[in-house]
Design a binder for this molecule. Structure first.
Ligand code: NAP
Length: 481
């Protein structure tokens, strides 16, 4: 039976309750070791520093392991050490790069609260000036700090339940701030009240609403439970909450995923920020509109795709990503360089065009409204043509990114006599899993790929952005059925 972990690290070990594990992540020089020791003393639990455990286990210093055996060997030892950490009654300080390994994140996040410590570059440089450091890049110190922090930024964000800026504070001051947040959580009572009223006005099913009430009550059952959700209008039909909540149970994450259904994305984002939401999946019709509500957008989502389907909230910022294109790309990797036709020029088509071009495919966009095909083709760096050109193009691959075939509109974008056995047909529509287009393609002996494959991969990438954990595709497939 799973041990009961006392919420909010309020338990006392001598009373026989295990105390929830606190894990500190962050770049070198953010104060993890000093702050961790103070927290462990305050909570009367053991302190573990993964770098010290590695040095103890190998009898060598971290710089020596890096220098003599390389980073890969170091990461293997680090992974083994992290696997041996106690599941509760402990404060753990992790090495700066531990967050880059999904296996570490899976272990460190389980039944734990992860506190990301960060600081500005001047503070880190000052703190590291005299410290021996493993040669990660060979760059001068300041440049190395800037490059490594930038490279790992999304991994740090994924690790964070709480974020603490340690620049301009003492280890005691930072430990005090962490203790207060562990007791009270981040959102103010007024923000929880506002969110509760918002969700009560929506179409959230009874059992999910009751769980949300426990999370948002005053006082909440557990102040550290993080909320996530799908933002759309309408989105009450989304199965996302069932999938994500099942994954939270599987990985021991203290989170609740729900429906943010409202015609105003500005309102959704305001409530999400006030509630210190961990992340949002964004769906129709907000993938473009949400971009004006964000602090930052990643390089893929910003210009070439021009749409965001994932928002990660960390360290006071809302950062937009697009995982749709990865969902299209993954099943098509074996077809690199093929001749492709893309049907449609909307949001999903923009992600698909980016994926096809990224795979070096000779891609032509066909769309009902030709001007939109032209615009998308120019943005993605591929060709466009009129809707009737399909037969002349005779591609190796056709990707349907129109809603044709989505229940209840069970039409096919292509006639059966336009299909041939050498053609691969990828229908992004996933309700129903086998669309009329895929049925016709199967009859003609084509290779077919269902929209479910895209859904699985884009959800998997989302989970990775939210938590740094790499969920096997089979696990998501199992929970979808
Ligand atoms: P969208 O932005 O509204 O774009 C729809 C596109 O389809 C537009 O280019 C539109 O042409 C075209 N279209 C609409 N009705 C049509 C019709 N009757 N005949 C011909 N073309 C038509 O929608 P979206 O977000 O791209 O979504 C498109 C589909 O992708 C949806 O069915 C959705 O289920 C699917 N999708 C799947 C996943 C997944 O994970 N599998 C993820 C995202 C989306 P005009 O430009 O002429 O209006």
């Amino acid at each position: 039976m799973r041990q009961q972990i006392v919420p909010g690290v309020l338990g006392e070990p001598e009373r026989g309750h295990p105390v929830r594990r606190i894990v500190l992540t962050g770049f070198r020089g953010t104060g993890k070791t000093e702050i961790g020791k103070i927290l462990a003393q305050q909570k009367k639990v053991q302190f573990f520093d993964t770098d010290s455990l590695i040095e103890l286990a190998t009898g060598r210093s971290i710089p020596d392991i890096f220098h003599e055996d390389g980073e890969e060997r170091f990461r293997n030892i680090e992974r083994e050490v992290i696997a041996t950490l106690p599941p509760a009654d402990a404060v753990v300080s992790t090495g700066g790069g531990a967050v880059t390994d999904p296996a570490n994140m899976e272990r460190l996040r389980r039944e734990s609260v992860v506190v990301l410590l960060f600081a500005d570059i001047d503070t880190i440089e000052k703190r590291l000036e005299d410290a021996p450091r493993p040669p990660l890049t060979g760059l001068p110190l300041r440049e190395e700090i800037a490059e490594m922090m930038d490279r790992r930024r999304h991994r740090y964000n994924a690790s964070a339940d709480l974020c603490i800026d340690t620049s301009g504070t003492t280890p005691n001051g930072a430990a005090g701030t962490i203790s207060t947040l562990l007791q009270n959580g981040v959102p103010a009572a007024a923000s929880r009240k506002e969110a509760l009223a918002f969700f009560r006005g929506g179409r959230i099913p009874g059992p999910s609403m009751r769980r949300l009430e426990q999370v948002l009550n005053d006082p909440p059952d557990d102040p550290l439970t993080r909320v996530l959700g799908v933002a759309g209008y309408p989105c009450a039909h989304s199965r996302g909450p069932y999938l994500f909540n099942a994954l939270f149970s599987l990985y021991g994450l203290n989170c609740q995923y729900t429906w943010f259904e409202d015609p105003d994305i500005g309102k959704i984002m305001r409530i999400a920020r006030n509630l210190d939401v961990k992340g949002l999946s964004v769906t129709i019709p907000f993938k473009q509109d949400v971009m004006t509500c964000l602090d930052e957008i990643d390089e893929h989502a910003a210009r070439p795709i021009g749409a965001v389907n994932t928002v990660v909230f960390a360290c006071g910022a809302a950062i937009g990503h697009n995982t749709d294109w990865l969902g299209v790309r993954k099943p098509l990797v074996p077809m690199k360089g093929a001749r492709a036709v893309l049907l449609g020029a909307g949001g999903a088509a923009a992600a698909a065009a980016y994926a096809l071009v990224d795979l070096g495919m000779d891609t032509t966009v066909l769309n009902r409204t030709p001007q939109k095909a032209k615009d998308l083709a120019e943005r993605a760096g591929c060709r466009w043509a009129g809707w009737d050109s399909f037969d002349d193009l005779r591609p190796d691959l056709v990707v349907n990114a129109t809603p044709l075939g989505m229940a209840p509109d069970l039409r096919s974008p292509l006639k059966e006599d336009q299909l041939y056995p050498e053609l691969t047909v990828f229908d992004l529509v996933y309700t129903p899993p086998v669309t009329p287009l895929l049925e016709a393609a199967q009859r003609k002996g084509c290779r077919t790929i269902s929209g479910t494959e895209m859904f699985i991969e884009q959800a998997r990438e989302q989970f990775y952005l939210f938590f740094g954990i790499d969920v096997p595709p089979e696990t998501i497939r199992k929970y979808l059925t």
